[in-house]
Design a protein around this ligand. Structure first.
Ligand SMILES: Nc1ncnc2c1ncn2[C@@H]1O[C@H](COP(=O)(O)OP(=O)(O)OP(=O)(O)O)[C@@H](O)[C@H]1O
Ligand SMILES: [Mg+2]
Length: 489
């Protein structure tokens, strides 16, 4: 696939319109499945660290996997869990623990008749040690780049999400105490605490992965831990096109709209790819602009040089010192941003975000949890009302209609793929109602024998209002893409 071709129009302003930075070729794989390994392929090649025996054979050929070594490591780990008194582990000196682990690995290799030389044994001992002092049995899952989420339901059931599908893994903890020790290790590194009085905690691993842990009494069948892994190689727009999330011409339109400062809200359900798309779209923002990002747990990886990142702070143990998104958005406006990027608008900060979009910070962006563009508007309205603003519903809607320029609806489909479902423009108010028009929509047509969702993208035939602004800014978009007569590729 070629890079996005943005041509400059005859009347232009001085700002150069650069294509997205990434130059990686994204090979469109059949049906949106990740392409085989390779630079810029749809999915990163699976690292040969972990393969769940219950997993289906992956469609994409991963890098050579030595399954036998993997099985051995998992087996060895299970054995160590059985043999070592884990409660003493935390107290042992590192060197002593390394020595003991190395000895157990040697014993294990002998009883299993493994032909391993001394350096291989050392390597294995070191890896197993890292697993034990790190996050235990889930370490191999954390270092496997093909895994997006790790979901621990009590000590004996660990699921992973890979290429949009959930798989049960053979990973297990010795018992709930073992799992709790790991949970404590995670939350204590970020200065948090988890116990009966505070049984739910959000935390972040050193690599940026997001963790939510819930323990007794609220989690009934053992501790529950959900980890959303930090993507080391964030999706670019081109890569999203490559995996079939949208056609190239839709990506080009979004790129042009964001570049011309259309305030954009990305709407979708949990895990539908909102943050991923927001991150990819941010590549369209000029490097000359000053950006402020506001998130609960910093996930965005903007490529611009001039970015100030801010994060909320939860209350401390005495319930004090909380800093909410609303305060951060208000503060951000005093920091002379060109745009404010709000990771997810969830509550009363909606009002301040709309204010920002209406007062010279056009091009600000946010994600929202909603199932349709219309639903996103309704949610925004409810959120503003939640902030205790004494505004008439029609006044709130008026604010929304003038602030938000475009809603991009994303969805995780039944086959695990994530797609842009609609690009919808907000065109103003008519009476009491916010007016919106779809520009591009994905129509689901059927599902094939493997459960893959089949469908097509089409323009609705409406010419978006923001085209005028795009043209004024020198972005020359091919308007034949608005022809509803053909499916978009
Ligand atoms: N188009 C896509 N194709 C394949 N995987 C994707 C795509 N978009 C996102 N993902 C993956 O899906 C997972 C969820 O993505 P993301 O965090 O962006 O979703 P979200 O809607 O922001 O989730 P949340 O509701 O938790 O905030 C991530 O692992 C991400 O890498
Ligand atoms: Mg998100």
């Amino acid at each position: 696939m070629s890079r996005f071709a943005f041509r400059r129009a005859a009347v232009v302003e001085p700002e150069p319109v650069a294509p997205p930075r990434s130059t990686e070729p994204a090979a469109p794989p059949p049906g949106g499945e990740p392409a085989p390994a390779g630079e810029g392929a749809a999915a990163e090649p699976a690292k040969p660290i972990f393969t769940a025996p219950v997993a289906k054979a992956p469609e994409a050929a991963p890098a050579p996997v030595d399954n036998s070594m993997l099985d051995i490591r998992l087996k060895l780990h299970a054995k160590l869990i059985d043999e070592i008194d884990l409660s003493k582990l935390d107290k042992l000196e590192d060197a002593e623990m390394r020595r003991q682990v190395r000895k157990l690995v040697g014993d294990f290799a002998r009883t299993e008749r493994l032909a391993l030389n001394a350096s291989e044994l050392d390597k294995m001992g070191a890896e197993v040690f890292d697993e034990m002092v790190g996050l235990g049995p889930i370490e191999p899952l954390l270092s496997d780049d093909s895994i997006a989420d790790i979901l621990i339901n009590g000590p004996f059931q660990v699921y992973v999400e890979r290429r949009g599908e959930l798989e049960l893994t053979p990973v297990r903890f010795r018992d709930n105490d073992h799992l709790l020790r790991i949970v404590n290790r995670i939350v204590s590194t970020v200065g948090r605490r988890i116990d009966e009085s505070q049984p739910m905690v959000d935390a972040r691993l050193p690599d940026g992965s997001r963790v939510n842990a819930a323990i007794a009494p609220i989690a009934i069948d053992g501790a529950s831990v959900s980890i959303r892994k930090f993507s080391k190689k964030p999706y670019s727009l081109e890569r999203l096109v490559g995996v079939g999330a949208m056609p190239a011409c839709v990506a080009e339109f979004l790129y042009g709209a964001v570049r011309s400062r259309v305030s954009t809200v990305i709407s979708g359900g949990t895990g539908s790819g909102k943050t991923t798309l927001l991150n990819a779209l941010s590549a369209a923002i000029s490097e000359k602009e000053r950006l402020i990002t506001i998130e609960d747990a910093a996930e965005l990886q903007l490529q611009q040089p001039h970015v100030v990142r801010m994060e909320t702070r939860p209350p401390n143990i005495e319930g004090k010192g909380e800093i909410r998104q609303r305060e951060l958005v208000k503060n951000a406006l005093r920091m002379r941003p060109d745009r404010v990027i709000l990771g997810e608008v969830r509550s009363e900060e909606a009002f301040d975000m709309l204010q920002a979009m209406n007062t010279g910070h056009e091009g600000s962006m946010a994600t929202i949890h909603a199932n349709t563009p219309r639903d996103a508007i309704t949610r925004l309205e409810q959120m503003v009302a939640m902030g205790g603003m004494r505004l008439e519903p029609s006044a709130i809607r008026g604010q929304i209609a003038s602030a938000v320029g475009m809603i991009v609806q994303v969805m995780r489909l039944s086959d695990g793929s994530r797609r842009v479902m609609a690009v919808t423009e907000i065109t103003g108010m008519e009476g009491q109602v916010v007016q919106m028009q779809d520009i591009f929509v994905f129509n689901r047509i059927s599902t094939d024998a493997e459960g893959k969702v089949l469908g097509e993208f089409r323009a609705t035939g409406l010419r978006p209002k923001c085209m005028d602004e795009m043209i004024r800014r020198g972005i020359n978009y091919d308007t034949t893409n608005f022809d509803p007569g053909r499916a978009l590729k």
